[in-house]
Design a protein around this ligand. Sequence first.
Ligand code: NAP
Length: 411
Amino acid sequence: MSEYQYATVPSDGERIAGDTANPVVPDRPIVPFIEGDGIGPDIWAATRHVVDAAVEKAYGGARAVAWMEVFAGEKANDRAGEWLPGETLDALTEFKVAIKGPLTTPVGGGIRSLNVTIRQVLDLYSCIRPVRWVPGVPSPVREPEKVDMVVFRENTEDVYAGIEWASGTGEAEAVRDFLQERMGATIREASGIGIKPVSPFGTKRHVAAAIRYALGRRRDSVTLMHKGNIMKYTEGAFRDWGYEVARELFPEDTIAEERLWEGEEAAGRVVIKDRIADSMFQQVLLRPEEYSVVATPNLNGDYLSDACAAQVGGLGMAPGANVGDSVALFEATHGTAPKYAGLNRVNPGSLILSAVMMLEHLGWDDAARAVDRGLEGAVGARMVTYDLERQMDDATRVSTSRFGETIVAHM
Ligand code: NAP
């Protein structure tokens, strides 16, 4: 066990064992939380209240989360003089399941983004973003109830790997010369250049996680979203390796869509299909009911998850998780909204729905459903925070904490 200087390990909790595919969860699991900056403390307080009430409601005291505060962002900087103390990463590694509010990206100081650093250091290679409509939430589409998708975005590769050189630098010119002289590829003078690595290792572990998720939650398909007709050796390879890993690791439990066209029945197996990225944006609008889990490379997933979130009412209610082989970190998908910090005003829905994902990951589905019921009840009663209230007729605007209490009252 690690020594903690700033955090305190709860004496009445136990460690989660196993890995993210098969977590072994005690009745009082220790779960580290990072409150977050800006509106983080507001939404965290409401989330913790809702989760504790749901667990109590579902299990009557037989189970409870042993929360452990760990520090990152401004609070860490105040206490430890560091934005991301090593012990916080140690705690996430040791206790395996954690939840966090949004963190400010420090300006200057040499850290690019705390979120990116956490993902890289812990190798959280899949970003999971479920997109489902909560009845009553204002939506720009006519049938938001047809949307029930989970976007699995690869987190470590693609043009987001950060390998790029600015226009006019010696590095960019050296790469341009190399490509011209050695590979016979011409690049226009003074171009900025970025590299798009996509590997079989990175793709297969990610698509395997998406398939395992679909199997575990009885979802009927995994769609590989790619632009392989143009970028054959990166996006096209993502598609090919995706089908390959399904055949290699899940031969009995999956079936390629092509075989359905040849007349075979799915017979309870997860259907693996693929769609070109641009058509996928049409599909999620026109035929969302045909898509369940969608596995994507990094860039496609970034675009698709926000587009899908908009269909069900926007980012204020969009949950997320970043997951690797041994650590799962659940988090709000929006930022710190500094102008609302401490005003008890914003919507805690994104962090609360991330906590629902966490409860499902722990296998505490009854508690997860209690939160869902409470949230649907609060929105149904039209007692909502300002962001929803301003789009709804006859709704009552409530504070962050009151929204949390209303959710608890409707469980
Ligand atoms: P933001 O914090 O997400 O806020 C943008 C706007 O989104 C807010 O002004 C507000 O809109 C709305 N919003 C966000 N969260 C809301 C909530 N819970 N309830 C209701 N409305 C909400 O984005 P930003 O201003 O670009 O970023 C601020 C800081 O957050 C930056 O330091 C950025 O680096 C950081 N950030 C962190 C994360 C993370 O930790 N995962 C993610 C993104 C950004 P209205 O003004 O219209 O009410």
